[in-house]
Design a protein around this ligand. Structure first.
Ligand SMILES: *[C@@H]1O[C@H](CO)[C@@H](O)[C@H](O)[C@H]1NC(C)=O
Ligand SMILES: *[C@@H]1O[C@H](CO)[C@@H](O)[C@H](O)[C@H]1NC(C)=O
Ligand SMILES: *[C@@H]1O[C@H](CO)[C@@H](O)[C@H](O)[C@H]1NC(C)=O
Ligand SMILES: *[C@@H]1O[C@H](CO)[C@@H](O)[C@H](O)[C@H]1NC(C)=O
Ligand SMILES: *[C@@H]1O[C@H](CO)[C@@H](O)[C@H](O)[C@H]1NC(C)=O
Ligand SMILES: *[C@@H]1O[C@H](CO)[C@@H](O)[C@H](O)[C@H]1NC(C)=O
Ligand SMILES: *[C@@H]1O[C@H](CO)[C@@H](O)[C@H](O)[C@H]1NC(C)=O
Ligand SMILES: *[C@@H]1O[C@H](CO)[C@@H](O)[C@H](O)[C@H]1NC(C)=O
Ligand SMILES: *[C@@H]1O[C@H](CO)[C@@H](O)[C@H](O)[C@H]1NC(C)=O
Ligand SMILES: *[C@@H]1O[C@H](CO)[C@@H](O)[C@H](O)[C@H]1NC(C)=O
Ligand SMILES: *[C@@H]1O[C@H](CO)[C@@H](O)[C@H](O)[C@H]1NC(C)=O
Ligand SMILES: *[C@@H]1O[C@H](CO)[C@@H](O)[C@H](O)[C@H]1NC(C)=O
Length: 798
């Protein structure tokens, strides 16, 4: 799930100070492990390796780990897995199945039997020693004595293989390599087609591979590659082999070696090449083989051009340095805090590592779109808002372009194909969020609104690929009946989506506003005021409840704190109805009324944060979390801040800070669940900044910052300065706030309201913090711009 990961206002221009090397604070391993030592399961599913911000190339090792059920190969890297290859493309922080692990090499010290280059189990290598990684760079040592060092540029990478003294030197290029999945997995990847040509001098190779499947069940996509070695191989030959992945029946497949060229052909053969330099003349001689490789979605010529222009030196450190400079300049320097000797190094690591993981995805495919021509920035995960204004604007254009050319805006896009839609058509929320914050730029908003209307009005006949799979119910009844999968969570999300439409309609098609606002109240039709909680003390009454087409609620044996497997066929997705009953950001006012006004709302909120209240097992999406409130997954992201809506901001600070302290750490198991392309990391950044954005509203709730002085670049070249006077280990409750020098009594502020335009022009927020929890705020609670009261409880028609 993605949508609450909205709107960190960072910016591209650096503040006018000498460049600090923020890269030194990044720990690239945060999120690489889950709660079971040695396994990635339940961790961040992150990529570890060399990459630039939004890099298409994420150069890292691919691994295989026994106990494949908890290995979680999604980012390629696992804490203890054996190395099966080094590859150019990875995702970072996606749950579900692996994707990519394509365009690979593998250095080998022997290719003699039992090594069979068609069977990676015969040559894979354990890692020995401790892996090293910094921004842009990765190093590991293999059991066979070979060391691998990797550095990534935008569409290219440079590998360095240090062979042990006297050893043979080979590099296997397996076009048919990709990240595998547990056998029988429903979204495994597969190799579709491939070709490779070697230059006559044995130094260069070009070709393409076509792959399909993976976490978004994507259609086939083709990657072109262009590789080069620093020294010509003594022997270079292609090979083909039977189409296998890890498991085949019958006799072991054997490669057929060929000349300079190999194609999959109509047999669908696996293809690749083997480059060999033999052994050095003396047994004491060690030797290094370097390779640089470029990739493109357009052509091998472009792949070669990327290789040559982005990696112009065989000195790998130059590529590392270029990557670090880019991260420092474009990403890290947008949030500046004191890095002096007094600074808390752990907090610096947490801040800059979070920024790092937030910007590994999506990948910037500008000029690299094989499906239509347009300078666009396409999302593998489409809903990342947390970026510089320029990149952000082109992302929005990318979303609209995908609608223009492929029919619908995407959700979970990857490998040039739309993904799987878990909840609503949440690109709608992204567009509305941009719109209400005044983003116009070069965006064609008439088309943008048309793309949203398509989501809201055109049935996808039950598909989970794009649009709204249960639109027929939504349009007929105003809610999803219990015959629709995920009826409660999708009703909640379709409500938010239609609220998003109403907000864009205000400017683009005013006559639609009322219709979509009314539809955004659809969640109220699933609210059964009589349904009690089960096994809780006290008992709470009134929950979102499954409802049939004839209007009757099915509350027999209903426990809103459970959802079975909480997945595709369940009533709610990756969260319980108890949690989703809090997720109505556009109309918290009505929600509070339904929960028994402020007191009822507050006590129910208090309850869900208590340990040992969870009654359901959310698997990898909530490992080790025993409260109903699950910070490990998106539905609950805004929930800790809801106390602001009853003017008890100190409780928001208390709960959200406790979550930050408990679950976000400078350690391999340092994020509570898959980071969803950086969504968890951005939640934590907002927490450290002392504010939280409300989706599709130009509104930020105030929290309490973790640093006493923060300069944040907003809107390209403005600075928002956030100070926290009195901040200490035990002194973090807000006592008072000033905005632009004047006392500020509300616990929220607008993006560019008449009183202040903090996120447009910059300005100052001055917190005074102390140890006393006080109700410091006065006046209006945060707005509920989608406040609608429905008449009666009968059928509802638009
Ligand atoms: C910046 O920090 C990185 C990571 O620690 C380090 O590799 C690099 O050498 C540093 N760069 C400079 C210019 O000091
Ligand atoms: C190999 O690539 C290099 C760098 O692009 C180029 O200069 C050289 O001509 C290529 N060699 C062959 C035989 O294509
Ligand atoms: C490889 O070379 C053959 C013959 O020289 C050519 O027909 C083919 O297009 C080339 N393939 C690639 C991927 O460059
Ligand atoms: C691959 O090699 C392993 C031994 O490492 C063997 O057990 C397995 O059967 C082989 N698989 C195939 C498909 O030949
Ligand atoms: C290889 O096998 C897989 C699964 O059996 C199949 O989906 C794929 O199309 C095959 N690839 C080729 C190139 O024939
Ligand atoms: C290794 O031996 C070969 C052939 O005997 C010779 O051509 C080559 O120059 C030698 N290499 C080194 C580094 O001495
Ligand atoms: C923030 O900017 C102000 C004004 O330029 C400067 O005085 C202050 O030192 C900066 N603080 C940090 C942490 O960079
Ligand atoms: C630095 O911050 C961490 C994380 O909040 C905290 O655990 C630690 O106690 C702090 N160190 C000091 C010296 O305050
Ligand atoms: C849904 O089904 C209808 C009727 O078969 C068809 O006309 C329509 O194109 C389908 N919608 C989509 C988005 O495929
Ligand atoms: C009503 O809920 C019960 C218990 O959760 C379930 O067994 C039953 O199938 C549901 N009825 C309908 C019509 O969905
Ligand atoms: C800041 O950037 C905006 C938009 O790019 C531009 O219109 C404005 O002139 C810039 N202001 C300054 C002071 O550079
Ligand atoms: C809801 O009730 C109000 C007040 O009674 C009435 O004005 C309005 O027309 C009703 N709306 C609908 C949709 O029935």
């Amino acid at each position: 799930m993605i949508w609450p990961k909205l709107c960190l206002i960072a910016a591209s221009a650096q503040l006018a100070t000498a460049q600090t090397n923020y890269s030194q604070y990044v720990n690239p391993f945060i999120g690489s492990e889950g709660p079971i030592a040695g396994y990635a399961y339940g961790g961040g599913d992150i990529f570890v390796g060399g990459a630039v911000p939004f890099g298409v190339v994420k150069l890292g090792i691919d691994t295989w780990e026994d106990r494949i059920d908890i290995a979680t190969l999604n980012g390629g890297y696992t804490p203890n897995g054996v190395v099966t290859g080094v590859s150019m493309m990875h995702e970072s922080g996606t749950g579900g199945c692996p994707k990519y692990g394509v365009v690979s090499q593998m250095p080998l010290a022997s290719v003699a039997s039992p090594v069979n280059i068609l069977n990676d189990t015969t040559y894979w290598q354990k890692r020995v020693g401790t892996d090293e990684a910094t921004v842009g760079y990765f190093h590991t040592d293999l059991e066979d004595g070979i060391s691998i060092s990797l550095a990534g540029a935008r569409h290219a990478g440079i590998m360095q293989y240090d062979f042990p003294p006297g050893a043979e030197q080979h590099v296997l290029v397996d076009v048919s390599h990709f990240l595998p999945d547990p056998p029988g997995g429903f979204c495994t990847q597969y190799y579709v087609d491939g070709s490779i040509n070697i230059s006559d001098d044995g130094k260069n190779y070009t070709g393409y591979g076509t792959y399909a499947g993976g976490f978004n069940l994507g259609a086939p996509y083709t990657v072109y590659f262009c590789g080069e070695f620093d020294t010509a191989a003594v022997e270079a030959k292609t090979f083909t082999g039977q189409n296998t992945t890890r498991i085949v029946n019958g006799p072991p497949p054997q490669p057929t070696f060929g000349g300079n060229s190999a194609q999959a052909g109509s047999e669908g053969y696996r293809v690749g090449a083997l480059f060999s330099w033999g052994a050095p003349n003396t047994s004491s001689e060690a030797s290094i083989v370097s390779s640089r490789v470029g990739i493109s979605f357009i052509s091998k010529e472009k792949a070669c051009a990327f290789k040559d222009s982005e990696i112009s030196s065989w000195d790998q450190q130059e590529t590392v340095k270029a990557a670090q400079d880019e991260w420092n300049r474009d990403i890290f320097s947008t949030i500046q805090v004191d890095t002096g000797p007094e600074a808390n190094q752990t907090l610096l690591t947490l801040l800059y590592s979070s920024l790092y993981f937030m910007h590994l995805m999506p990948s910037d495919r500008t000029g690299e779109n094989p499906l239509w021509e347009r300078d666009t920035f396409r999302n593998t995960f489409s809903l990342s808002h947390l970026i510089q204004p320029k990149a952000y604007e082109s992302q929005i254009r990318g979303l609209i372009d995908i609608w223009r050319h492929q029919g619908f805006m995407p959700d979970g896009r990857s490998g040039n194909d739309n993904g799987l839609t878990q909840g609503g058509s949440n690109a709608d929320n992204v567009l509305a969020d941009a719109y209400v914050k005044g983003l116009r730029g070069a965006i064609d908003w008439q088309d943008g609104y048309a793309a949203m209307v398509k989501d809201a009005e055109v049935s996808t006949n039950g598909s989970n690929k794009e649009g709204r799979g249960a639109l027929d119910d939504w349009l007929t009844y105003g809610y999803l009946t219990l015959n629709s999968e995920r009826s409660i969570s999708r009703t909640v999300e379709y409500s938010a989506n239609d609220f998003a439409l109403s907000q864009v309609a205000k400017g683009e098609k005013p006559e639609d506003v009322e219709k979509y606002l009314k539809r955004s109240a659809g969640w109220q039709l699933l609210w059964d005021p009589n349904v009690p909680s089960v096994n809780t003390t006290p008992i709470f009454k009134g929950f979102l409840t499954p409802r049939s087409a004839d209007g009757t609620f099915n509350s027999s044996d209903y426990n809103p704190a459970t959802c079975g497997v909480c997945s595709w066929p369940s009533i709610t997705y990756e969260g319980t109805p108890f949690e989703y009953s809090f997720v109505i950001p556009h109309d918290v006012e009505t929600l509070i009324g339904l929960m028994g006004d402020s007191d009822g709302f507050e006590s129910r909120l208090d309850y869900i944060f208590l340990p040992n209240t969870s009654q359901t097992n959310l698997g990898a999406n909530g490992v080790g979390i025993t409260s109903i409130m699950n910070i490990g997954n998106e539905p609950d992201f805004a929930t800790p801040y809801l106390y602001n809506y009853i003017n008890k901001q100190w409780k928001s600070v208390n709960q959200s800070r406790a979550l930050g302290n408990q679950y976000f750490r400078n350690a391999p198991f340092g994020v509570p669940g898959n980071s969803d392309s950086g969504a968890l990391n951005s939640w934590f950044i907002w927490q450290m900044l002392g504010m939280y954005p409300i989706v599709s509203q130009p509104v930020y709730l105030l929290g309490s910052p973790w640093f006493s002085d923060i300069n944040m670049t907003v809107n390209g070249n403005s600075t928002l300065r956030i100070t926290a006077d009195g901040l200490g280990k035990e002194t973090y409750f807000v006592q008072s706030v000033k905005i632009n020098g004047a006392a500020w009594e509300q616990n929220w502020f607008g993006h560019d309201s008449p009183e202040q335009r903090l996120m447009v022009d910059g300005g100052t927020i001055e917190f005074v913090l102390g140890s006393d929890p006080v109700e410091w705020e006065r006046g209006d609670v945060p707005p509920s711009p989608g406040h609608v009261i429905l008449n009666g409880t009968g059928k509802y028609r638009v």
